[in-house]
Design a protein around this ligand. Structure first.
Ligand SMILES: NC(=O)c1ccc[n+]([C@@H]2O[C@H](COP(=O)([O-])OP(=O)(O)OC[C@H]3O[C@@H](n4cnc5c(N)ncnc54)[C@H](OP(=O)(O)O)[C@@H]3O)[C@@H](O)[C@H]2O)c1
Length: 259
């Protein structure tokens, strides 16, 4: 079980303006809450708010899976915050095709790239001028996935999009380093969230096992809690990580047998 943490330093992100995509539930909601707890002003987006969506953040309904949706969200977020210091590209959706890679339709490959990779590129591009204005000390974190390093067939399109996100983050870090803007990539493992539980249930049903069985092999003895990822993000966007850029951080309880 996740052990409760001491309260966050409520001043760590004082005066910081943060934009987090996909903060209506799951990992995104935990990241939003963690940044709010640290004193940041946060704007988040999703297509639908839920009971889990942190009330202390500003929620802007939107769809970052399209170029128009990104443009509208970025403009609305900057309008609310007056600028931005922290960007977390978290929104994504995984789908699985148990019939194998060849059964993934072409349009689904394109959707997977749009939402799981290009949305982060587009959101970042839309916010780059504002990040340059904020200057040194600002930071971008892209939420990738352990599956980008160890992909499986049924989710090959999702994993490929996340692998592209890893490469993009590395390139972006090099380009933005002279401006003092840092970029990091977080690779979560099996974290209990509404979206991931839905996918794991599909695999559990196909394998005739329980949902709990799908996360039973995590070396640290439990599946991830969204707060495990939020804590890593809080570190990476903070001044505690001021000499960290271009890094990929695997947060998975030790499950990935590589890196
Ligand atoms: N949980 C895991 O085990 C796990 C493992 C590896 C990586 N990850 C990564 O961690 C991140 C969060 O995943 P999660 O498990 O928290 O997923 P989740 O529970 O499905 O939450 C995804 C969030 O993204 C939003 N979203 C999806 N499509 C969107 C769109 N087109 N426009 C705007 N928002 C959109 C969702 O809201 P709406 O659907 O209402 O738009 C929701 O807020 C993702 O990048 C995921 O790939 C998760």
């Amino acid at each position: 079980m996740f052990r409760t943490l001491s309260p966050a330093d409520p001043t760590e992100f004082s005066g910081k303006r943060a934009i987090v995509t996909g903060g209506s539930r799951g990992i995104g909601a935990a990241i939003v809450q963690r940044l709010v707890d640290g004193g940041a002003s946060v704007v988040t987006t999703a297509r639908t708010a839920t009971d889990e969506t942190p009330k202390a953040a500003t929620f802007v309904q939107g769809d970052v899976g399209t170029t128009g949706g990104v443009r509208a969200f970025a403009a609305a977020a900057l309008d609310r915050l007056g600028g931005v210091d922290i960007v977390v590209n978290n929104a994504a959706a995984a789908r699985s095709h148990l019939g194998g890679i060849g059964t993934i339709p072409d349009e689904e490959w394109l959707d997977a790239l749009d939402l799981n990779y290009l949305s982060a590129v587009r959101v970042t591009n839309a916010l780059l001028p504002a990040l340059h204005e904020a200057g040194a000390g600002s930071a971008i974190v892209n939420i990738s996935s352990g599956s980008s390093l160890l992909p499986n067939g049924p989710m090959a399109h999702y994993a490929a999009a996340k692998a592209a996100l890893n490469a993009y983050g590395k390139a972006l870090a090099g380009e933005l380093a002279p401006a003092g803007i840092r970029v990091a990539t977080v690779l979560p493992g099996n974290v209990l969230t509404p979206g991931a539980d839905r996918i794991r249930q599909t695999f559990a049903d196909a394998g005739g096992v329980s949902l709990a069985d799908t996360t039973a092999a995590v070396p640290l003895g439990r599946p991830g809690d969204p707060r495990d990822i939020a804590e890593a993000v809080a570190y990476l966007v903070s001044d505690r990580a001021q000499w960290v850029t271009g890094a990929t951080l695997v947060v998975d309880g030790g499950e990935l047998p590589i890196v």
